[in-house]
Design a protein around this ligand. Structure first.
Ligand code: PLP
Length: 409
């Protein structure tokens, strides 16, 4: 029986071209980029070249891309790094949406424990953040707004430009030259399908991850606007730490000062090279894959609906809308438990998940579906299907057939 993988939001297989690009950096080109000799220079050049590729792909400067050990770490660096620096100068508030990935939400909760004020923005039934609440929540203490670009459980794409407009209006009303609040977005799931040019989005910070775009696991990046000035010490000419008028990010990992002093630790050279290759491929395929996969998803939905008309989409929507990622269908199977279905699907060779990979293990009901205010029964019967580069039409029809057998249809 052929196994069918429909869990591309959890992770993606490494593209063979990525693997080929990475291969020399495990053995032949193994130097520490921090070493001054030729071995080190060779790998430092590879890191620089990779950084340049990723920076270009998101319209950033070379110095504004900080490699991290994962997107989780990049999200931690954004929230903790900004908070840590700002806290030195003023009492702080941060605002996050209630449908962020756990790496934002759990970090925000942790900061809350440390006395930081956190506002959780609700979403409407379709998954869009409450912009009125955002307007009301911005105050002079607000140093950071973090809103996920496209959600990993339901695929809803947030109106980043509208959020930016609200933040900018707030800043201009205050008539202050402070650059706070900074605006961060987690673009881990969006990069595959959406333009993530930071100058168009207007964000100050943005998180990326390689393993969602056919790159290796264990490598992420944080874009941080104007990192160079912080890299040079976040201090003014009189050797005083820059105040709230500077873009502020303090390191959360200290040591040898790699990544412009913002993320110490020897660079994971093969993974960084793989990340850059995956980025190039994703950029090339973005448009064509978006179209191909949205057709596949619609095909899957039509076929599934035919054999099991009771299924419901979370949130309910017209599949033609471009306000959701094209590759994700979060589907409720009334009368069934998701846990039960996951096991049955797996036994039938179909790999899917219920919620994000992290929350599944703990069997907690999805916080994202809860935020949509769906009935508990519906949340408990929901499965996430996500399609990717290696999903074929045949895989899709075969999986519907197998699902039909499991559900006795
Ligand atoms: N942010 C989002 C939206 C994600 O989907 C994920 C992965 O599930 C992460 C962050 C964390 O990524 P990583 O596995 O690189 O830590």
């Amino acid at each position: 029986m052929k196994k069918i993988y429909l869990d591309y939001m959890a992770t993606t297989p490494v593209d063979p071209r990525v693997k080929t690009a990475m291969a020399p950096y495990f053995y032949e080109k193994f130097g520490n980029p921090g070493s001054l000799h030729s071995f080190g220079q060779e790998t430092m050049a590879a890191v620089d070249f990779s950084r340049e590729i990723i920076a270009k792909a998101i319209g950033a400067d070379f110095h504004e891309v900080i490699f991290t050990g994962s997107a989780t770490e990049a999200n931690n660096l954004a929230l903790r790094g900004v908070t840590r620096l700002a806290q030195k100068f003023l009492p702080v508030r941060i605002i996050v949406s209630s449908i962020e990935h756990e790496s934002i939400l759990e970090t925000a909760k942790d900061l809350e424990q440390e006395g930081i004020e956190v506002i959780y923005l609700p979403v409407d039934k379709k998954g869009f953040v409450d912009l009125e609440k955002l307007k009301k929540s911005l105050n002079k203490k607000t140093i950071l707004v973090s809103v996920i670009y496209a959600n990993n459980e339901i695929g809803v794409i947030q109106p980043i430009m509208e959020i930016l407009k609200i933040i900018n209006e707030f800043k201009s009303e205050r008539k202050s030259s402070s650059l706070y609040p900074l605006f961060h977005t987690d673009a881990v799931q969006s990069f595959q399908f959406l333009d993530c040019d930071v100058s168009k989005l207007g964000v100050d910070l943005m998180t990326l991850s390689a393993h969602k775009i056919y790159g290796p696991k264990g490598i992420g990046a944080l874009y941080s606007r104007g990192t160079r000035c912080q890299a040079l010490g976040a201090r003014n000419e009189k050797n005083k730490l820059l105040g709230p008028n500077a873009y502020g990010l303090a390191p959360i990992t200290t040591g040898g000062g790699q990544e412009f002093g913002l993320r110490s630790g020897t660079e994971n050279v093969p993974a960084i090279v793989g990340f850059a290759k995956a980025t190039e491929l994703a950029m090339d395929l973005r448009e064509s894959e978006r179209k191909r996969i949205s057709k596949l998803a619609s095909y899957f939905w039509r076929k599934l609906k035919k054999i099991y008309p009771e299924v419901e989409l979370n949130p309910n929507r017209n599949l033609q809308t471009t306000k959701y990622l094209p590759n994700i269908l979060n589907i409720s199977f009334p009368g069934h438990s998701a846990e039960d279905l996951l096991i049955k699907f797996d036994m039938a060779g179909i790999a899917v998940s219920a919620g994000s990979a992290c929350s599944v293990r703990s069997a907690r009901p999805s916080h994202v579906l809860q935020a949509l205010d769906l009935p508990t029964e519906r949340i408990k019967s929901s499965i996430r299907f996500s399609f990717g580069k290696f999903t074929t039409k045949k895989d899709v029809s075969e999986s519907v057939k197998r699902i039909g057998r499991i559900l006795n249809r």
